[in-house]
Every structure is written in structure tokens, then in C-alpha cells.
Design a protein around this ligand. Structure first.
Ligand code: ARG
Ligand code: ZN
Length: 853
């Protein structure tokens, strides 16, 4: 029986209800007396009535705190305490609030607030974790300067801002920049640092440190270089300089997310900062560089200008993701970065936008804000910035950004503020564009063409399907970049930006000598699903002649997808037109190896399931898996000589370097290796495994062997060799699940959680197993239902400890309505079982009820 109360007892917060806090905070002084089970936090906070605020009764957030004493202007008071905070009578004038609370960081497995990880203290306060540290108006529009004193025996004691004093058993920090509590951070432990420095363009010296556990010192150099590159890039491209004397990064093993941009003290999941050639893959290096940049860029887009309330999360996240993507494109390859981002957007954001969890880039209500750190807020939020930049042009974009920084520095802002800046700087009316922030769902863009008397006309029609709570959609502004290619392969019309604003709209190109082939949505200029009748001849033509690398890749992907769809839906054989076109493209030595490696990758199982569902067919995950395997066998048999050639020609001699150039070569050689493994029984992979001197080559070889079920010896050797390295062992856990045959995926995961190194309290380890399970569609959706049941069992175990990670992983069930009746029933049963758990967290209960719809 479903316990309705469990899923409805939590309050919903609405954007429309926003009201400023009734008091301002002038300054905050905090003292921490650290102790694992009884840390004392004393606060001294200066409040003043806020003339713009709503004068409710004085309320401070506070959760899981033991209040020892409270005083107002030195006199003891007895506030009314509830599980969510306290209320108190206060003077009608400025006053000083003092409180002492006790908390137990060693018992904090939710990893929110102050907690311990491997003996070190650390904090995570975004979004609403500060209320687990002390009583406070824990909302982003309340900004103040913080002075922090940390008392304890730990060698290293860090907080935000600049160090002001330290001595035996204490350290003091002062952050001169007013900030909301979610940017507060504290770290204490016996850490070691990798030091460096950076001179800003105005000549200020900044001390830089990456702090890690002893033993990890040799994994900091790459992150430090990435930090310095980021600092320089933000000066050069956005004119933004760093604003404190010191910038610290700390690596922590137990962390719910990737990283956190706390002012002057960024805290990172160790998997997102520690890197070495022996232990990290090329993909790890690229991701680490991007995340370091992302958190650093938040210093201006997030910290100096923050969010008025959590509904505005995309204001800082969309913009910062956009900025880190620009950075990666500049450091590496722009087209390769764009293609990778589109693959990721379709895999995660389109899935979200087309299911029960669909929500606008700026949501209008939530129960638990942690559930809205989503692909929609982050990645679609970044796409919206990208569209804005295309529409106004680069010069106007940077002009608007300058105005944004000048006008709003030090403020907590809204999407309205952001758009007003663009309207003013560019003279554009953005009222229709604003729908990108309020309408959920992925627009479908239908295109037809006509040709008459030298005029080629594109007829567009847009429609966005209904999403939860939004049955009707209005037309959105779509920037559509188009180029035209003549029959001989020459471009006859260069990339042109069409601005679509109506539900239906046509654009004509006149004076053409022959009917051209259109290249539509170049660079994926808008996050839409393009629907256009085309054929393989035209796709192969674009694959050969398009001047836009993104669309060239997209043409190849279209061919692959078409071929797979015919295999899945109609039992066709692998399409020789696709294999031939792929052979031609892979043979083109003028093309970036990274681009060719991407072209070799087939559309994912989930992408195919999504496409089948879109075409009103019921996806069978097992069949999709089998047909992809069949296609990969066919690819291997079609071009063995070319694969051999690519494999050998793209070996990288010499010392490992993580740069884009050699990484691209390795990606192509390893893509070839994975196909060759199907022909040679793993001979080359085994040799590569034996001789590899870096993790990229070692892991690629191990994956190849796992894919043909021939990795027993290597798997054991890998474990023995890397046993002491927790980040590498995460890879060992996840690969086994990822490469298990679908019928064995759940059993493999179930066996791995019995391994002594499995630790459910560590989110990286939990995700290594259960993230891999939920991202193996054929295994997770196996007809036995074992995958569903196992995941639900473990989510139920994790929820009481770590609601945030549990809720996030519930999203594995979000596609349940795509599947056949049996699978739907099994998934529904598991979702209801989770929903019925006594004392289910607010996080998980909101996710389950949204998914069930
Ligand atoms: N602001 C962080 C970032 O994007 C992420 C923090 C996520 N916190 C959370 N509670 N979900 O860099
Ligand atoms: Zn961010």
C-alpha cells in the first residue's frame, strides 16, 4: 500500500511567493571549536531591520542543531525552536544576535553542512546546508561579511577570504566580500599543499594552493595549471580579475557533487581535481580542467553576482557552464567540445525534458532545491546563453556582460535583471526570448523545402509538447544557423543566422543556379529536435562536404541512427551505405583524430530508445543492445585494414601528455582497438594492457577485454596493483558493471556490493556501482526486473544516510513510461516501494512522486 502521507507532507516553495528578508545582516563572526561528535559553533551576528523587507516575526533557519544558548544584545533569550528553525522576539532596531550550538560532524553522512571525510572536517553549504551549522537566515539574498575563527589541533585550518591570524590551535580568516551563507566554507585536517602563485593583470600577487591528503601531492600539478589558465582566460576574455590574496582548493573523498565554488576556498570531489598520467584517463584530465575552470569562473558569475533566490539558480549555473565550455573550446578543439556537449545534452537534458521530471530552466516551485541541480538548469541553461550570444553577436554579448558586472556587482539577482542588461546594451526586446526560461520541454523543429526559379525556401514549423503542469506552449525564439551547399559540393551560401519567432515561418534564398543541399542548425544553434525528411544520399553528401564540422558529424550520426533503427524495427542488415561513408570519413587524414573518434561512436542505447519512443514504438532494451553489437561487428568486418592502420598510425610515442593533440590520437587508436578486439580475440588489447604506462591506455585495453569477456586475469591484476588508490578502484567497480552482459548486469552489481571495498557511504563508490547499473540500459531494464529491484533496495538503504545522492539516483526510473507494460509495472512497483518507506527524505519523496506523476 502506498503511504500518501510520505510523499505529500513536505512544503512546496513558490517563486511567486518571494519576499525579501525582514532584516539585513551587517556582519557575521563565527567560532568553531572542532570535535568529531560535539563541535561547538558560536555566532555573533549584527542584524538591522530591512526597510524593504517583509516584517514577519524574526525567523532563523536551523536544522539538526543543539541550541546551547542564545542572546540578544547580551541578554539571554529563549527562542521557539522547531525542526526547521527558530523564531524569537527581537528589538525594532539594530541588534546583536549570539548563539552557541552543538553539532556532530562525524555523524553527518548526508555530506551537507559540516561533516568529516577520512578524518578531515569540511563543509558543503549550497544550497541549504549552512542551516545545519548554525541558526541563520540561510537564503542567498542575505549577504554579509564573515570573520571565522577555527580552534582545533588539525595542522591546516581554512575558511573563506584572507588569513588574518593563526597560532597554536587556532586560525582566523576574514572574507571582505559580502556573501550569502551558501558560499561559506571551512576545512580542517592534516593536509598537505601544492603551492603556486598567480600575478593578476593589475599586478596583484595571489597565493594559490591545492590541499590534499598526504600521498596525493603528486596528483596536483595538472589541476594547478588548469587553475592558472582559468585565471588568465577570465581576465583576457571577460576582463575579470581575482579579488583576494589567496585562492585555495581542497580535495575531499566524500562529496555529493563535483565541486563547490565557496569564496576563495573551492572544495572538490577528489575525482574532479586529482590527476596523474598513471591514474587518470584523458577524459578525466579534460573534465578536471573544465571543473576547475567552472568553479573558478563562479567567483564572478555566482559569487560577486549571486542569485536572489534558488529559482534563479540558472543565472549562475547556466552562465558558468557556458563560460567553462568556451574555455574548453579555447584550450582544446571547439568543434569537438561542441559535439561532445550536444551528445551529453541529448543524453541527459532531452531525456529529462521529455519525461515526468521536465521543468523550466527557471523552475517555479520545488520541495527540495537539491533536486533542481539538473541538466535542464545547467546544460539547457547554458544553451540559452549560447542562443542569446548568437542572436546579439559577440560584440554586443561582451558589451552586455560588462554592463552586467558593472551594474550588479555585489548583488543577488534575477533572470529579469540579466535580461534587462541585454535589452539595454543591445536595444533588443527579449520578452519572447524569456520563454526559454519559463517553458519546459524540447521544441520540435519541422522543416520542408521548396525550389523554384532559383529560389530555395525553407519552411519551418515549431511545436513543443506538453510537459507536467504546462499543457500549452507558445512559440519560442529559435536562432537557426543555415548554410547551403551546391550540387558540386561547394558552399553557395555561408552560415546565415535565421531568427524564427513564429510558430510557422519561411526563409527564402534567391539567385541560386541549382538546387542546393541545406545544412540546417549548424553548430546545433538551438536545443531542439530537428525533424526533416532526408535520405542517405543527402546525409552522405553532407558528411563529405559540409563546411560546418558539427553538421558533418551530425550527418554521419543520422546515417548510423537510420541504419540502426532499420535493424531494430525491421530486422535489416547493417547498412553498407553507412559503412562505406564511415570508411571514407575515417580515412581522411586531414580530419582531427578526435573528430573521427566521435564519428566512430554509435548513437547510445538510450538515444535509440528515446528515438523509438518518439516514433511511437516501444523500445526493447535487449534488442537495441544486440543490434548495436551486431553493427559494431559489421563495422569491424567491413574495414579491418583501415582499423589496423588507424590503430598503428595513431599510437603516441614518448612520455604521456594529457593535451588535446595526443589525447585525440589515443581516442582514435582506442576506438579502432575496440573494434579490432572483435576480430583478434583480444590479442592487441592484451598486449596494450601489458605495456601501458598510463591509465588511458590501460583502461581502454581492459575495457576491450571486458567487452569480449576475456579480462579475468587483467581484472585481478588491476585490482592488486591499484588496491590502494580509491579513485582507480572506483573505475574497477564501474567497468565490471558497465561491460557485463545484460543478463548479468544486476548480478554483477549485487556481487560487487559484497566486496570489502564497497562503501555505500562514499558517493563515488556508490555511483561507481549503481550509476553504472542505471547507465547500462539493457542490464538495468533486463526483463527479469532484477536491475530495478536491486537499485530500489540500495536506494532505500542509502536514503536515511544520504538523501541527496539517493534522490539524484532515483532519476534512473524517469523513463519508465517509455517501456512495455511489464517493465512499466515492475518499475512502478519499485517506485511505490521506495515512496512508501517510513521517514523517506524530502529529497527522495519529491523525486519519486514527480516520476510517478
Ligand atoms: N554550485 C556547484 C557547482 O555547480 C554545485 C553545488 C551543488 N550542490 C547541491 N546541493 N546540489 O559548481
Ligand atoms: Zn556551478
Amino acid at each position: 500500500m502506498k503511504d500518501a502521507a510520505a510523499t505529500t507532507s513536505h512544503d512546496t516553495v513558490y517563486l511567486a511567493d518571494y519576499a525579501p528578508f525582514g532584516w539585513t545582516v551587517e556582519e557575521v563572526h563565527l567560532t568553531f571549536r572542532l570535535s568529531p561528535d560535539a563541535t561547538r559553533v558560536t555566532s555573533r551576528i549584527r542584524f538591522a531591520p530591512n526597510p524593504e523587507g517583509r516584517q514577519d516575526r524574526f525567523f532563523l533557519h536551523g536544522e539538526q542543531l543543539k541550541l546551547i544558548e542564545a542572546k540578544i544584545d547580551g541578554a539571554p533569550v529563549s527562542p521557539e525552536v522547531t525542526p526547521r528553525g527558530l523564531t524569537c522576539d527581537v528589538p525594532d532596531a539594530p541588534f546583536t544576535w549570539e548563539a552557541e550550538v552543538e553539532i556532530a560532524p562525524a555523524q553527518n553522512f548526508a555530506l551537507e553542512g559540516l561533516y568529516m571525510s577520512n578524518g578531515m572536517y569540511c563543509t558543503q553549504c549550497e544550497a541549504e546546508g549552512f542551516r545545519k551549522i548554525t541558526y541563520y537566515p540561510d537564503r542567498p539574498d542575505v549577504m554579509s561579511t564573515f570573520t571565522v575563527r577555527i580552534e582545533g589541533d588539525e595542522k591546516v585550518k581554512l575558511a573563506n577570504g584572507n588569513p588574518v591570524d593563526s597560532g597554536a590551535g587556532f586560525a582566523e580568516w576574514h572574507d571582505p566580500w559580502p556573501k550569502p551563507a551558501y558560499l561559506f566554507a571551512l576545512v580542517a585536517g592534516d593536509l598537505v599543499n601544492h603551492p603556486d602563485s598567480f600575478t593578476t593583470r593589475s599586478g596583484k600577487q595571489v597565493e594559490l594552493n591545492i590541499w590534499v591528503r598526504p600521498g596525493d601531492e603528486d596528483k596536483c600539478a595538472f589541476g594547478m595549471e588548469a587553475l592558472k589558465k582559468s585565471m588568465k582566460w577570465d581576465e583576457e576574455v571577460y576582463g575579470r580579475e581575482y579579488d583576494l590574496d589567496i585562492f585555495n582548493i581542497v580535495a575531499v573523498d566524500d562529496f555529493n557533487m563535483g565541486a563547490m565554488e565557496n569564496k576563495g576556498l573551492n572544495i572538490f570531489n577528489s575525482s574532479c581535481v586529482l590527476a596523474s598520467p598513471e591514474t587518470s584517463t584523458d577524459a578525466n584530465f579534460e573534465r578536471i580542467e573544465a571543473i576547475i575552470a567552472h568553479e573558478y569562473f563562479h567567483n564572478w558569475t555566482g559569487n560577486r553576482i549571486t542569485c536572489r533566490d534558488w529559482f534563479q539558480l540558472c543565472l549562475k549555473e547556466g552562465l558558468t557552464v557556458f563560460r567553462d565550455a568556451q574555455f574548453t573550446a579555447d584550450m582544446r578543439s571547439e568543434p569537438v567540445k561542441r559535439i561532445g556537449d550536444v551528445i551529453d545534452l541529448r543524453a541527459r537534458q532531452f531525456r529529462e525534458d521529455n519525461g515526468p521530471l521536465a521543468h523550466p530552466v527557471r523552475p517555479e516551485s520545488f520541495q527540495e532545491i537539491n533536486n533542481f541541480y539538473t541538466a535542464t538548469v545547467y546544460e539547457k541553461g547554458a544553451e540559452v546563453i549560447g542562443m542569446l550570444k548568437r542572436l546579439v553577436g559577440d560584440d554586443e554579448y561582451y558589451k552586455a556582460l560588462d554592463l552586467y558586472f558593472a551594474r550588479h556587482d555585489g548583488q543577488a539577482c534575477t533572470i529579469e535583471d540579466w535580461l534587462a542588461v541585454f535589452e539595454e546594451a543591445t536595444g533588443r526586446d527579449l520578452s519572447q526570448f524569456k520563454r526559454w526560461y519559463s517553458q519546459a520541454g524540447t521544441p520540435r523543429l519541422h522543416v520542408t523545402e521548396t525550389w523554384e526559379d532559383g529560389t530555395f525556401t525553407l519552411h519551418f514549423r515549431q511545436e513543443t509538447p506538453a510537459t507536467p503542469g504546462q499543457p500549452e506552449k507558445q512559440p519560442q525564439v529559435l536562432p537557426i544557423e543555415v548554410g547551403l551547399i551546391g550540387p558540386n559540393g561547394d558552399e553557395v551560401v555561408e552560415t546565415t543566422l535565421l531568427e524564427m519567432t513564429e510558430a510557422e515561418q519561411s526563409f527564402a534564398f534567391t539567385g541560386l543556379g541549382a538546387r542546393p543541399v541545406p545544412s540546417i542548425l549548424r553548430g546545433f544553434s538551438a536545443p531542439v529536435i530537428l525533424q526533416r525528411e532526408t535520405d542517405n544520399a543527402e546525409r552522405a553528401f553532407l558528411m563529405a562536404h559540409d563546411t560546418d564540422p558539427y553538421n558533418r558529424w551530425e550527418a554521419g550520426r543520422g546515417l548510423a541512427k537510420q541504419a540502426l533503427m532499420r535493424m531494430i524495427a525491421g530486422g535489416a542488415a547493417p547498412d553498407e551505405a553507412y559503412l562505406g561513408a564511415l570508411h571514407t570519413l575515417l580515412s581522411d587524414e586531414t580530419l582531427d583524430p578526435a573528430f573521427r573518434a566521435l564519428a566512430m561512436a554509435l548513437p547510445s542505447e538510450d538515444d535509440l530508445a528515446q528515438t523509438l519512443h518518439e516514433s511511437s514504438m516501444t523500445p526493447d532494451p535487449q534488442r537495441i543492445w544486440e543490434k548495436r553489437e551486431e553493427m559494431r561487428d559489421a563495422m569491424a568486418r567491413w574495414m579491418p585494414d583501415l582499423l589496423e592502420k588507424l590503430f598503428h598510425a595513431h599510437q603516441v610515442p614518448g612520455t604521456y601528455q594529457p593535451d588535446a593533440g595526443p589525447a585525440a590520437s589515443r581516442a582514435l587508436a582506442n576506438a579502432a582497438l575496440s573494434l579490432l578486439t572483435r576480430l583478434d580475440g583480444g590479442e592487441k588489447a592484451r598486449a596494450q594492457y601489458a605495456s601501458a604506462d598510463n591509465m588511458t591506455q590501460q583502461l581502454a585495453a581492459l575495457s576491450c577485454l571486458l567487452s569480449i569477456d576475456a579480462a579475468k586475469g587483467e581484472l585481478a591484476a588491476f585490482y592488486d596493483h591499484w588496491q590502494a588508490d580509491r579513485l582507480v578502484i572506483d573505475k574497477w567497480f564501474s567497468l565490471q558493471v558497465a561491460y557485463a552482459k545484460p543478463a548479468e548486469t544486476a548480478a554483477t552489481a549485487a556481487a560487487l556490493v559484497e566486496h570489502p571495498d564497497f562503501d555505500m557511504k562514499n558517493p563515488n563508490r556508490f555511483r561507481a556501482v549503481f550509476g553504472a547499473l542505471s547507465m547500462s540500459p539493457a542490464g538495468f531494464h533486463h526483463a527479469s526486473g532484477a536491475g530495478y529491484e536491486l537499485l530500489a533496495d540500495w536506494l532505500l538503504k542509502l536514503d536515511p544516510l544520504n538523501p541527496q545522492t539517493t534522490a539524484r539516483m532515483c532519476a534512473a526510473f524517469q523513463t519508465w513510461r517509455r517501456f512495455d507494460a511489464d517493465r512499466q509495472a515492475m518499475m512502478k512497483t519499485q517506485l511505490e516501494r521506495i515512496g512508501a518507506q517510513q521517514d523517506l527524505s524530502r529529497d527522495t519523496s519529491e523525486m519519486v512522486s514527480r516520476i510517478l506523476g
